[in-house]
Design a protein around this ligand. Structure first.
Ligand SMILES: [Ca+2]
Ligand SMILES: [Ca+2]
Length: 326
């Protein structure tokens, strides 16, 4: 299975526009630098088990470290900042490290239908991700692949379909993301056979990463505060609800009342966003305490001493918390 991609003005325009509108603009900038190399080496084989990613030195840290995700036992993965749930393996693959089977390649209409028909892990609302959702997974610091290959092992090195139609060519093309090099381009819907990665949930994709730790949705000056947001989370985890939950614990111009605070916290307990030590549970005296400590500015052992239960390192706990306060 071989595909050859040529650089087009469209691709370059797209990369530039993504830089302007996308909060993950580093991804787009990185993609731009990769276009030349990508085109020079754009031969892909979907069943090829990719070696470890190549990560050139002196680039900023990855925007998609392990701590950006919660990997569930049923081989679903939650992207914490957006709440999107992805299937860990490309369609056609399964098992440990997605090493069983080979990636199913499909034309775009077939990919749309197969996505809607999936009942993987007991969910019936799988779909093909739109372009922004798919690009959330790009690791702009590496290529071959340009995705976190611990979380998404054996990712297809062929293009992966998005659900987004390219509207300037009679709607005949749809956007793909190529996770071997980070490139996006529009390809013909009915002649190209490409890979599929399923997504579900997450609501409408929010162009601004969710400020999960701004629990009271307060104004800029008190956006992330230990004495308000931190206390609200701790109280909730200790069982406080209603007026007792929010009494004297909200910041400047809070947009959430007690009910909205409860819904917000529970949503991100369910998504495991608040499981910052990675032990698969959200507890007041572990995760809650470390989140308050981080809001106080602590790091290293001062952040985790006596509170960390999971296997994450101190820095990974710190990064997992910092992801919640973009
Ligand atoms: Ca706040
Ligand atoms: Ca935990």
């Amino acid at each position: 299975m071989k595909h050859s991609l040529s650089p087009t003005p469209v691709q370059h325009r797209f990369v530039m526009s993504m830089t302007a509108i996308n909060p993950f603009s580093r991804l787009a900038e990185r993609a731009q630098t990769l276009v030349t190399r990508a085109v020079a080496t754009s031969v892909f084989c979907a069943s090829f088990a990719a070696p470890a990613a190549t990560c050139p030195p002196n680039l900023p840290p990855s925007a998609t470290p392990d701590s950006a995700y919660t990997v569930n036992a049923d081989d679903t993965v939650i992207h914490i900042a957006t709440g999107l749930m992805f299937k860990r393996c490309n369609e056609g693959r399964s098992g440990v490290n997605c090493a069983t089977g080979s990636t199913t390649l499909n034309i775009w209409p077939g990919a749309l239908t197969a996505s809607r028909n999936s009942t993987f892990a007991g969910y019936s609302d799988w779909r093909l991700p739109n372009l922004q959702e798919l690009r959330v997974l790009l690791n702009d610091s590496c290529h071959t692949p340009s995705i976190n290959d611990t979380v998404f092992p054996n990712t297809a090195s062929s293009p992966t379909w998005s659900s987004t139609t390219y509207t300037q060519a009679g709607n005949a093309s749809a956007w793909i993301v190529d996770f071997s090099d980070g490139q996006s381009s529009p390809l013909d819907k009915n002649t190209g056979n490409y890979a599929v990665r399923l997504v579900r949930a997450g609501g409408v994709f929010d162009a601004v990463p969710t400020r999960i730790l701004n629990i009271d949705d307060s104004d800029t000056g008190s956006r992330y505060q230990p004495a308000t947001d931190g206390i609200l989370l701790l109280r909730y985890l200790l069982g406080y609800r209603g007026a007792a939950l929010i009494a004297t614990a909200r910041g400047i111009s809070p947009q959430r009342d007690a009910t909205a605070v409860e819904l917000h916290i529970q949503r991100y307990i369910d998504s495991k966003a608040f499981d910052v030590d990675g032990d698969n549970q959200v507890l007041a005296l572990t995760d809650g305490l470390m989140i308050v400590r981080r809001l106080l500015g602590l790091s290293g052992t001062a952040l985790t001493a006596g509170a960390k239960q999971g296997s994450r390192t101190d820095d990974e706990v710190r990064d997992a918390i910092d992801l919640l306060k973009p």
